[in-house]
Design a protein around this ligand. Structure first.
Ligand code: LLP
Length: 418
């Protein structure tokens, strides 16, 4: 095979002892490939973020919940959050104990809330009304709530900004007296407050500012055991253009200073948490697809692949950028650079994986690698057009590989028909 355009994965020895063309031949495409070393490295980056002894990283498995990856994350000493009974279930399957799981509920039914209570996990509610529901179901219990700290939030797209005036999330400040009333009415103990201001920031100002708001609000409650500042830590998606990384050292120093000063004033040690999804999972994966067609339509060159938005929806849903690499099974060289639009095999015009890119000439049968696809890749994949969700392979620390999820089968598509 020939590495036509592959600087990023070459630099971090992404494929270990194997190569992407071999993996594509053996397991078929589309195929999510994960690198264990990178996943572990990202866990360690964030574990060292804050200089405070009761600091914990809660990984957010909505980014990626493959059980084998969760086991690795757990072995690095991280805990997890959960957004649904399904996430609680899979987290437990990976070995997380109830006290290591933080259920951040949003508009849940009484049945779902009861599921979480029975599972014994820590629970946060997202509205005054759901706090009341919790109180009815579990009077005398310990609970947390999600704060909407106001401000402008943060995020790479308006659909993922989760603080401020334009979001459904959290309890705004003016309802805190109501929170206190319900806590009292049902004899509940407020054990923590959490927030999450949005997904993907590359500078930390908004995060630090909103953390300060959270700390201010927490002073009103004397039973706090933990404060959770949320996720949102960004990764550079434009590595081929040399995009710099988020400056964790700087951010960590600001947060450490703020937290240590607060603890002194509060007069008691509590736990502090962050809740990263993308930062942990995005960069450890490349999704591979095969080029089936190269064609021209009204002066635009289309590269037609099996990487439809059923496989990776981020470009179609948020106009997100993912770098593309090119690997070639044959010895044929590329004839120069070309502007291309890389598309999938789904029956929608918006089925675009890479909009207009200047890349070495791509040939039919090439294998393309879509970088940084480990977060919100497989977890947001679907069977749209009755396509099969991809298989997943792990490149282990020793350079070997193993299948960690099989591809869907046609039978999977009809399994729930009655
Ligand atoms: N905590 C809560 C309560 C969240 O809602 C989220 C993400 C996280 C933590 C983790 O955020 P992260 O560290 O991954 O930014 N599908 C979108 C991102 C949606 C984020 C949803 N909530 C994307 O592909 O960009």
């Amino acid at each position: 095979m020939n590495y036509i355009y592959s600087e990023v994965t070459k630099a971090n020895n992404f494929y270990g002892n194997t190569d992407p063309v071999h993996l594509a031949e053996k397991f078929g495409t589309p195929l999510y490939v994960y690198n264990e070393n990178i996943l572990r490295e990202r866990c360690r980056d964030l574990k060292g973020l804050i200089d405070y002894k009761n600091f914990f990283v809660n990984y957010s498995p909505k980014a990626n919940s493959n059980v084998e990856l969760l086991k690795i994350v757990r072995s690095e000493g991280l805990r997890v959050d959960a957004m649904s009974p399904g996430e609680i279930y899979v987290n437990q399957l990976a070995g997380f104990t109830p006290d290591e799981i933080f259920y951040i509920s949003n508009n849940v039914s009484a049945e779902e809330m009861q599921f979480a209570i029975d599972a014994g996990v820590r629970i946060s509610v997202d509205s005054v009304s759901q706090l009341e529901m919790y109180g009815r179901l579990n009077p005398g219990g310990r609970v947390a709530f999600r704060l909407n700290p106001g401000g402008t939030g943060a995020g790479h797209h308006k659909k993922v900004v989760t603080a401020g005036k334009k979001t459904k999330f959290g309890i705004e400040m003016q309802f805190l007296p109501e929170v206190k009333r319900i806590l009292k009415e049902y004899n509940l103990t407020l054990m923590g407050i959490n927030q999450h201001i949005g997904s993907l920031f590359m500078t930390g100002e908004a995060y630090v500012d909103s953390a300060k708001t959270l700390l201010e609000v927490a002073k009103q409650f004397d039973t706090i055991e933990f404060l959770d500042m949320g996720g949102g830590f960004g990764i550079p998606y434009k590595k081929q253009d040399g995009e710099p990384r988020l400056n964790l050292k700087d951010l960590g120093e600001h947060l450490s200073e703020t937290i240590n000063a607060w603890v002194k004033e509060y007069g008691r040690e509590i736990e502090f948490k962050i809740e990263p999804g993308r930062y942990i999972a995005a960069e450890c994966s490349v999704v591979l697809g095969e080029v089936h067609t190269v064609k021209e339509n009204y002066d635009l060159k289309y590269v037609g692949t099996d990487l439809g938005f059923n496989v990776l929806i981020r470009p179609a849903m948020y106009d997100s950028h993912h770098d593309i690499e090119i690997y070639r099974p044959s010895d044929i060289p590329s004839k120069g650079m070309e502007h291309v639009r890389i598309v999938g095999n789904i029956c929608e015009t918006g089925d675009i994986i890479a909009k207009d890119r200047l890349l070495p000439q791509i040939l039919e049968k090439d294998i393309l690698g879509v970088l940084d696809s480990g977060a919100y890749g497989y977890t947001m994949s679907s069977n749209y057009n009755n396509r099969l969700r991809p298989a997943e392979v792990l490149i282990e620390s020793n350079g070997g590989y193993r299948l960690i999820r099989r591809r869907d089968t046609l039978e999977d598509l009809v399994r729930n028909f009655v």
